[in-house]
Design a protein around this ligand. Structure first.
Ligand code: ZN
Length: 251
C-alpha cells in the first residue's frame, strides 16, 4: 500500500507545483493568485480543465498554447516535476510526522520563491510571512529541535550572515534574500544553516559562471540568487546529517 501513498504524494506535489507556478508568476505583478483561471499571457486564451493537468498537458500540447501557438515556458513542467519529487522525498524521509509538515511547507516556500525570483527578480514579503508563521510555530512546538533554541539561533545566524554579505556586495544581493534566510534559518537551525550558505554560494557561483559562458551575461548583470539559495538549503535539509557524517569520517 506504501506505493499507493507514494503515488498520491507525487500527484499532490504536481498539482501544488502547478499552483505555485501561478502564485510565483502572478503575485509580483499584483495579480490575484486564485482568480481568474489561468490564461495564455499572449492571446488571453483561458485554459480549460484538460489543459491544466500538470506536465502531461505540456507534453501533449508540445509546449505551445493551443489557441495561438505561443511557446509556454518550460519552467512550468520543470517546477511541477520538482515539487512532485520533493513531496515524495519528504514523505520517504519523514513519514507521517510533524517534520513532514515542516518539509512540505519548506518545499512550497522555496518553489514559489524560485519561480518569482526567476521570472521577476522578486522575493515577496507576503510569501515569506505566510510561511514564516507556521514554520516558526512548528519549530517551537511539535517539530522543535533539541535544545529548542537552535531554530532561533539558526534564524539569527542566517539573517546575520546574509545581511553582512548583502552589505559587502553593495546591492549585489537583495533584501529579499536576507529575509528569506531568516526563514531558512528557522527550519535548518544552527549550525546546519551555515553549511547551507556555503552550498548555496557554491551553486550560485557555478550558475553565475554558466550564465556568463552560455548567455554572455556580464558579472554586473542581475543574477537571481533565490534559486541557488533554494537548491542549497534543500540539499542541506534533506542530506545535511549524511553530509556531516561523511565529512567527519574524513578525519
Ligand atoms: Zn495563446
Amino acid at each position: 500500500m506504501e506505493i499507493v501513498v507514494m503515488f498520491y504524494m507525487v500527484l499532490f506535489g504536481l498539482i501544488m507545483g502547478s499552483f505555485y507556478n501561478v502564485v510565483g508568476m502572478r503575485l509580483p505583478k499584483g495579480e490575484s493568485a486564485v482568480s481568474p483561471g489561468s490564461k495564455c499571457p499572449k492571446c488571453g486564451h483561458r485554459l480549460k480543465a484538460g489543459e491544466l493537468v500538470p506536465v502531461l498537458s505540456y507534453i501533449f500540447l508540445r509546449g505551445r498554447c493551443k489557441s495561438c501557438g505561443e511557446r509556454v515556458s518550460p519552467l512550468y513542467p520543470v517546477m511541477e516535476l520538482i515539487t512532485g519529487g520533493l513531496f515524495l522525498l519528504s514523505y520517504i524521509q519523514f513519514g507521517w510526522s510533524a517534520e513532514f509538515l515542516v518539509s512540505l511547507l519548506f518545499v512550497s516556500l522555496l518553489v514559489i520563491i524560485t519561480v518569482s525570483d526567476l521570472t521577476s527578480f522578486l522575493i515577496l514579503n507576503k510569501v515569506l510571512v505566510f510561511f514564516f508563521v507556521p514554520l516558526l510555530f512548528l519549530r517551537l512546538t511539535f517539530a522543535a529541535p533539541d535544545p529548542w533554541w537552535l531554530s532561533i539561533a539558526g534564524m539569527l545566524t542566517g539573517f546575520g550572515i546574509l545581511f553582512i554579505i548583502a552589505f559587502l556586495s553593495k546591492g549585489g544581493m537583495g533584501g529579499g534574500d536576507v529575509k528569506l534566510y531568516a526563514v531558512i534559518g528557522v527550519v535548518l537551525g544552527f549550525p546546519i544553516v551555515v553549511v547551507s550558505i556555503f552550498i548555496a554560494s557554491l551553486i550560485g557561483a557555478i550558475a553565475g559562471l554558466a550564465g556568463m559562458f552560455f548567455f554572455g551575461k556580464t558579472r554586473k548583470s542581475l543574477i537571481p540568487f533565490g534559486p541557488s539559495i533554494a537548491a542549497g538549503s534543500l540539499i542541506v535539509y534533506f542530506y545535511g546529517a549524511e553530509m556531516w557524517m561523511w565529512y567527519s569520517s574524513l578525519f
